[in-house]
Design a protein around this ligand. Structure first.
Ligand code: HEC
Ligand code: HEC
Ligand code: HEC
Ligand code: HEC
Ligand code: HEC
Ligand code: HEC
Ligand code: HEC
Length: 430
């Protein structure tokens, strides 16, 4: 407790310093501008600074004292969402015949294992044009993976991605039907898919340049709990201390703070007003981002896209608006991979919807006790994503990934579909 109060006061002082600094910088900047330009820049927002690499202990350090959480967490999409370019982490095939993407008969990209590493090699009319190395893997592979190559200190998305549903290489989402290799990977991309990445360009300067020795892969412990080198040092030196020090107590977070933490990455498209990696657990998201106003409209129409906006969709649901306690962690254990465990999730629904916790499902009479194993397919159906859609060879329209809607509601069509599929003689003895 004491440590938190101290941290807050340090932060307030820091904030004041930053405001003063920010203001002077702003005046400075505005003196070279016309009045109209100067007005459009106000009000002045103090620019925060991202933490430094040395403040991170690394998730491996946590294992010593939080073994169970660490072991569970290693299996999550979060932990696995960015990794070095080890062949073991890449789901697409490098075997001849399965290792290519044909844009057209003359233009082909082949995924090759060479002595110096893994490459996407572009061939035009059979002649090698360029070989781009795989330098990073993005995505655990639930829906797909995309790859990063490094040129100098800059990072770019490779033209070919992997689409899990089809188990195939495909054109990277949103790429045109020609080879493109100049789409930059930014800190915003890594802010959602990594724990930390140090830039060597000043904030705001684009394209950004990175120090490739100072990238911390995966959404690891310290992405959610904040840099923890002090916490580790303190507890290593004081093994008798049973209360967590120099770390935000997650049970003290308010509903808004927890949802904001998850919404940093599950809030869809937002424009940042602070540099990437400055937001940390306990902060208020609206101090760091301007939510997309068009997106808010889409949420109201229940028609929002995900890569992913679970936050916006959940907040439009009655479960959220009419309860005062529901957060993402009411249903999700933040440290465990529970993907596919629909019965487990359904139990969590019944914490608020079962005898004694009304309303209960109006289909209860009709479906009997079998209802308890799957509330999800009727009330949180899978819908097509417009952001994660990949171009498959030989197909005219991109194929989209399916994603669970977090607009928890009544979907008559899904109910019919569910009832039809359960009428099939599932229990027929073989
Ligand atoms: C040397 C032992 C040690 C190491 C290493 C360690 N912790 Fe802890 N941590 C503790 C103890 C002791 C507590 C308090 C008891 C508890 O909650 O488990 C704690 C509590 C916490 C809490 C809850 C805070 C609270 O107030 O209850 C979080 C979050 C946490 N640690 C995160 C981490 C992370 C992230 C790492 C790795 C970067 C880490 N810890 C490494 C000993 C350690
Ligand atoms: C996606 C964000 C996220 C990641 C990644 C994450 N945590 Fe947590 N952690 C949370 C949240 C949120 C809570 C509070 C959960 C609650 O209130 O039910 C929490 C609670 C805790 C606690 C205290 C309560 C408990 O369960 O014992 C500890 C200790 C902890 N985390 C350690 C870790 C460690 C160690 C790692 C990495 C191996 C890690 N966390 C990774 C979000 C995260
Ligand atoms: C730093 C960004 C970040 C934060 C913060 C974050 N997530 Fe995620 N989350 C991701 C990314 C990226 C993925 C996709 C990972 C993948 O599969 O490659 C993901 C995936 C998930 C999944 C899907 C796992 C699966 O495969 O079924 C769940 C559930 C989830 N997050 C819940 C949460 C919750 C709850 C919180 C808040 C406690 C949270 N996330 C905070 C980035 C984040
Ligand atoms: C606002 C946070 C955010 C940003 C920015 C972001 N992503 Fe994601 N990404 C997610 C989340 C969350 C998921 C999990 C799927 C979902 O819920 O939509 C995801 C899923 C993915 C997946 C599929 C992962 C899997 O295992 O199925 C890939 C690949 C991916 N993102 C790549 C990228 C790349 C490349 C960039 C930058 C150009 C990027 N993302 C920018 C949050 C983000
Ligand atoms: C924290 C408690 C809580 C949890 C957990 C919860 N809900 Fe709700 N839910 C509510 C409340 C409160 C309402 C509004 C009830 C009312 O209208 O009086 C609601 C309403 C609903 C409705 C009616 C929606 C509408 O638009 O009419 C459905 C359907 C529903 N919940 C399904 C679910 C499912 C499925 C889950 C699990 C995935 C779930 N709920 C988890 C609290 C919760
Ligand atoms: C009422 C329960 C409930 C709440 C609250 C909830 N989720 Fe989920 N979430 C689910 C269920 C159920 C699934 C589907 C799991 C599966 O298919 O394995 C899911 C799936 C996901 C996925 C994977 C989506 C996909 O289709 O791949 C992500 C990401 C996610 N949730 C993030 C969040 C975030 C972030 C929040 C808070 C803003 C949140 N969830 C709140 C129940 C909930
Ligand atoms: C076969 C599809 C189906 C399944 C499975 C299902 N529901 Fe429903 N649910 C519905 C439909 C349809 C309605 C609206 C019925 C009506 O209005 O007559 C509904 C209504 C509800 C309501 C609103 C009740 C009210 O009085 O406003 C809640 C809450 C709810 N369901 C929760 C759940 C929970 C929790 C589960 C899992 C234990 C579940 N449902 C399983 C289809 C389903």
């Amino acid at each position: 407790m004491i440590s938190i109060v101290r941290r807050r006061s340090v932060r307030v002082v820091l904030l004041i310093v930053l405001i003063v600094f920010g203001l002077t910088k702003c005046i400075d900047k505005n003196s070279n501008k016309s009045d109209a330009e100067a007005i459009s820049d106000s009000p002045a927002t103090p620019q925060l600074h991202a933490p430094s690499y040395s403040q991170f202990a690394g998730g491996g350090k946590c294992a010593g004292c939080h073994k169970d959480i660490y072991e569970d967490h290693k299996k999550t999409g979060h932990f696995l969402t960015s990794r070095p370019p080890d062949p073991a982490y890449i789901l697409g095939s490098f075997k001849e015949g399965k290792n290519r993407y044909d844009y057209n008969p003359s233009l082909v990209v082949v995924m090759e294992k060479r002595d110096s590493g893994l490459y996407q090699v572009v061939y035009f009319k059979g002649e090698e044009k360029v070989a781009l190395p795989f330098n990073m893997v993005v995505g655990s592979g639930t829906k797909g993976q995309t790859f990063v190559h490094q040129k100098g200190n800059r990072l770019y998305q490779l033209p070919i991605s992997y689409f899990s549903e089809a188990d195939q290489w495909s054109n990277s989402p949103g790429f045109p039907s020609r080879v493109l290799f100049d789409r930059p990977i930014t800190t915003r991309c890594l802010e959602c898919h990594a724990t930390f990445a140090e830039t060597i360009t000043p904030p705001g300067q684009e394209p950004e340049e990175f120090n490739d020795k100072k990238i911390i892969y995966g959404v690891d412990c310290e992405r959610c709990h904040g840099p923890a080198v002090e916490h580790v040092e303190f507890h290593t030196a004081n093994p008798g201390e049973v209360r967590g020090k120099h770390i935000q107590d997650p049970s003290a977070l308010t509903r808004q703070q927890i949802v904001d933490l998850c919404a940093l990455c599950h809030g869809g498209k937002m424009d940042k007003i602070q540099p990437s990696f400055t937001f940390t657990a306990g902060d208020k998201l609206s101090d760091f981002f301007i939510p997309d106003s068009l997106q808010a409209l889409a949420v109201n129409l229940g028609n929002v896209d995900v890569h992913g906006n679970q936050n916006g969709l959940l907040k439009a649901s009655k479960c959220y608006t009419m309860s005062s306690t529901l957060t993402c962690v009411s249903c999700h254990n933040p440290h465990k991979n529970e993907r596919g465990s629909l019965a487990v999730f359904s139990q969590r629904c019944m914490g608020c919807h079962s005898a004694g916790h009304e309303p209960i499902c109006k289909m209860t009479g009709k479906l009997g006790s079998s209802i308890t194993s799957n509330c999800i397919d009727c009330h949180m159906p899978k819908q097509v994503s417009r952001a994660i859609a990949l171009q498959m060879p030989g197909e005219d329209v991109p194929r989209a990934a399916l994603i669970r809607s977090h607009f928890i509601s009544i979907y008559p069509d899904e109910t019919s579909k569910f009832l039809r599929s359960s009428e099939k003689p599932l229990a027929k003895p073989k």
